[in-house]
Design a binder for this molecule. Structure first.
Ligand SMILES: [Zn+2]
Length: 484
């Protein structure tokens, strides 16, 4: 036993020699000298920013918007950062769920240690779930990477592209490449994503420039889930500008609000389940339950499933109807697979989900990754009807949607209720406009579908906002505002 242990130790040290901390230190020091050592940095530029998870088809690029101004300030020693940018409305020909839907949108976000918040106006809005990613983004910048590697006992390994340096911070792994000229050319990490699992975040720095004595990339490209989320042409860099941020008290004391579920009966055996930014519907059939929409993530799904079982006791959730593959509408679908439900979705989504759901989920395991269930799909091409006893619902493919190529809508012929996602969002007064104004083309296409399919709609049940009479949609459509 002791001898085996000794051999194991010997092998460990031999391997460690090939990927050593000492080599890493030498490489990092040389890079720090070549790139310029800074305690804080500010860089600005213009380019493109993309709406992650909002592609028109499952494997298409994220929809692009113009980044008209961008400034990021990072204080490496204080582990704080401020990002401030303005992006403009996407070109109307850009298909998908790209934001903003109307006019320019400014985003100001902060991180300081374990606290993250946004400043959409004068009052800070805590972003409890964002601190870990925003911290990681600090270590993904060229100078930040060197500092993170120095602080976290990095190891180094020679490869064709240069020296590959790796370190761990918390549960996250960070890997970077330093080339023969001692410049960081690439950094990588993995973030948990409800749809994609452990998702690669890849940042490349193709080409460095000298900005008043500090070397900084002239271009920054970040990809998430294989597609660009940011392309920044850097126009100016300030070294050691400092960053004075103090965490607002309301952010320090913020706690995650409990997941709220509010159900409203809108027909015989039909409930509209709201309470958050995204809605679902629960439908009772004689021997089973069907849920429409599994948005956001597992937390929301578990709350909606619990509500469904309260509304309809002692029946299994047999089907989950997924309206479209945008990540905010599909992040909770896996929970329904773990629950034993069959997933009804437009046929173009099936190979995408099969591939995405096979990815490792070590960073944020969910019920499905902990169990051993296979996903069952019921792919819809143009129409599918679920009917048992007195309950019937009709699922249609919304042809011609500019928002998503595989969009499904659901119609209840007896109750004349139409479910729709993202084409029309009637205002929810007490929620700060979860989805805002929608492009008029989305609504016009929905109206066209209703006419083509000859649906006799009386009530609209939207996946954002509130249940309204059909006349509200007609009014909004003729005004062309996309808003109720
Ligand atoms: Zn969408």
């Amino acid at each position: 036993m002791a001898k085996r242990l000794w051999i194991a130790f010997a092998i460990f040290f031999l391997c460690a020699g090939a990927s050593s901390a000492q080599d890493a230190k030498t490489v990092l020091q040389a890079a720090q000298k070549a790139m310029g050592d800074v305690t804080s940095i500010q860089y600005s530029g213009t380019g493109h920013i993309y709406s992650f998870g909002q592609a028109w088809t499952p494997n298409a690029v994220w929809p692009s918007t113009n980044l008209t101004s961008y400034t990021k300030t990072i204080d490496y020693s204080a582990k704080s950062a401020q990002e401030d940018y303005v992006h403009s409305e996407p070109n109307p020909m850009v298909k998908g769920g790209g934001r903003p839907f109307a006019g320019d949108e400014r985003q100001v976000s902060f991180v300081s240690g374990q606290n993250a918040w946004d400043m959409p106006g004068k009052a800070p809005v805590p972003q409890l779930g964002a601190a870990a990613e925003r911290q990681l983004q600090i270590w993904l910048t060229p100078h930040g990477f060197l500092k993170g590697a120095m602080e976290n006992n990095a190891t180094a390994k020679k490869e064709a592209a240069g020296t590959v340096v790796s370190f761990e911070t918390g549960k996250f792994k960070v890997v970077g490449v330093i080339d023969a000229r001692n410049m960081v050319t690439k950094t990588e990490t993995w973030l948990p994503n409800p749809v994609l699992g452990d998702m690669l975040v890849e940042t490349t720095f193709p080409g460095y420039k000298d900005f008043n004595g500090v070397k900084f990339p002239a271009m920054i490209v970040q990809k998430q889930g294989g597609q660009a989320v940011l392309e920044l042409a850097v126009s100016s860099v300030k070294s050691n500008p400092g960053l004075s941020v103090s965490v607002p008290d309301s952010v320090k004391t913020a706690t995650a609000p409990p997941i709220k579920v509010q159900s409203q009966k809108i027909g015989e055996g039909i409930w509209f389940v709201a309470g958050g930014s995204h809605n679902s519907m629960v439908v009772e059939f004689p021997t089973y339950i069907t849920v429409i929409e599994g948005p956001l993530g597992e937390g929301r799904s578990l709350a909606v499933i619990a509500e469904a079982k309260k509304l309809v006791p002692n029946k299994p959730v047999k089907y989950l109807i997924n309206t479209h593959s945008h990540f905010d509408h599909s992040g909770g679908v896996r929970t329904y697979v773990a629950e034993g439900a069959t997933i009804i979705t437009q046929e173009i989504n099936v190979p995408f989900y099969q591939k995405a759901w096979a990815a490792p989920r070590t960073l944020a395991p969910d019920n499905l990754s902990k169990g051993a269930k296979e996903a069952n799909f019921l792919p819809v091409k143009e129409k599918y009807v679920l009917s048992e006893g007195n309950q019937t619902l009709e699922i249609f493919h919304e042809n011609g949607s500019m928002h998503n190529a595989g969009m499904l809508i659901v119609y209840f012929p007896k109750e004349k209720i139409l479910e729709e996602a993202d084409d029309y969002t009637p205002d929810l007064p007490e929620l700060a406009a979860p989805s805002g104004i929608r492009p008029a083309v989305f609504m016009a296409n929905l109206m066209k579908q209703i006419q083509t399919l000859k649906l006799d709609v009386a009530t609209v049940a939207p996946m954002h906002g509130i249940v309204v009479p059909f006349s509200e949609l007609q009014k909004a459509a003729s005004a062309g505002t996309g808003k109720g």
